[in-house]
Design a protein around this ligand. Structure first.
Ligand code: 3PG
Length: 346
């Protein structure tokens, strides 16, 4: 069981080090979908109400060097300033660059500017721990990563789950334990290296695994290689065919996916099946699937940055029963794996 921050009483004169999901899609300095940021507000408000000051840690994308301009969290700081009635000014906390948002809230600049973050470096974790009296993880989407601000820091501070993370564990935990079947899992999108092992794992958990888009070709190879080795429950794995330009899945596959999804009582979706954000032509199948899924009676769960951005844009996100901030993290959790960030809180 994870300890919830809701159980911590007075936090007057304490500083909370809060890890959030801040990895949002930003174009020309504008946040495309703020679902992940909104998810952190309940915990922030609770901490403020209990009297704490807050140093927020977040990351954006996968920068390859320190202070790479495209990866700054400044737009995120501006977003929080809007919500918390503050004003952004640059400061330093220890040796880290940060943004002051209000008298009691600071946002530390992209933590992935430091390679020690992804190395889960112990010295770096200790340095982060000096920035708070307690640690709160509300970053479900990164909890599958064994990083300093997710795992390392918990060794040095009393550590709690944020309200959003707790909710993810409760809702997804129920699906993992006893889903209403048939359970269909639709996997698309980028980050193939994270998701391909999930296709294999989901094979034991779901009744149908539908794989669409860029990841489809590699799944075909994987299935050929692995199929004989898999024992226990096996789901039907259905892999899409692409359109001639390779940027979307073809109509026949889309129809086939819809037919299967129509049988499901629970649907979990991560990843658009075609390229999104570059014109409607390559969004056809993703749009059709979104429209179809939201009309079914199944319990519908969706997760992952690109998928949320797209569904928000076509105004279908609110039709899902549960929106997870996690993409890879959601799939790993549902495959039965204990996420390192959650295990560290237990
Ligand atoms: C996500 O977008 O899924 C999370 O921010 C994790 O990102 P990562 O795959 O770069 O670790």
């Amino acid at each position: 069981m994870v300890k919830s921050i809701a159980a911590a009483s007075s936090l007057v004169n304490k500083t909370a080090l809060l890890r959030i999901d801040s990895d949002v899609d930003i174009k020309d300095g504008k946040i495309q979908d703020d679902t992940r940021l909104l998810a952190s507000l309940d915990t922030i408000n609770l901490l403020l109400k209990r009297g704490a000051e807050i140093n927020i840690i977040g990351h954006l994308g996968r920068p390859t060097e320190e202070n790479q301009k495209d990866f700054t969290l400044e737009p995120v700081a501006q977003w929080f300033a809007g919500k918390l009635h503050g004003r952004v000014s640059p400061i330093t906390i220890g040796r880290l660059n940060a943004f002051k948002i209000t008298e009691r809230v600071n946002l530390i600049e992209n933590i992935r500017y430091f390679k020690e973050e992804e190395e889960n470096n112990a010295e770096f974790s200790r340095e982060l721990a000096l920035l708070g009296d307690l640690y709160v993880n509300d970053a479900f989407a990164v909890s599958h990563r064994e990083h300093a601000s997710i795992v390392g820091v918990t060794k040095f501070l009393p550590s709690y789950a944020g309200l959003h993370l707790k909710k993810e564990v409760e809702v997804l935990g129920k699906i993992l334990k006893d889903p209403k079947r048939p359970l269909a899992v639709l996997i698309g999108g980028a980050k193939i290296e994270t998701k391909l092992p999930m296709v294999e794992k989901m094979h034991h958990v779901a009744d149908y695994v539908l794989v669409g888009g860029e990841i489809a070709e590699q799944t075909r190879v994987l299935i050929k290689v692995q199929h004989e080795k898999i024992s226990g429950q096996k789901s039907a794995v259905v892999v899409s065919e692409s359109t001639p330009d390779g940027l979307d899945i073809d109509e026949k596959s889309t129809e086939n996916f819809c037919q299967i999804l129509g049988l499901a009582e629970t649907i979990v979706w991560n990843g658009p099946v075609g390229v999104t954000g570059k014109g409607e032509k390559t969004e056809k199948a993703t749009k059709k699937l979104a429209e179809f899924i939201t009309k079914t009676k199944a319990y519908k769960v969706v997760g992952g940055g690109d998928t949320l951005t797209y569904l928000d844009r076509i105004k279908l996100l609110k039709k899902f029963d549960f929106v997870s901030t996690g993409g890879g993290a959601m799939l790993e959790f549902l495959s039965g794996k204990k996420l390192p960030g959650i295990a560290a809180l237990e």
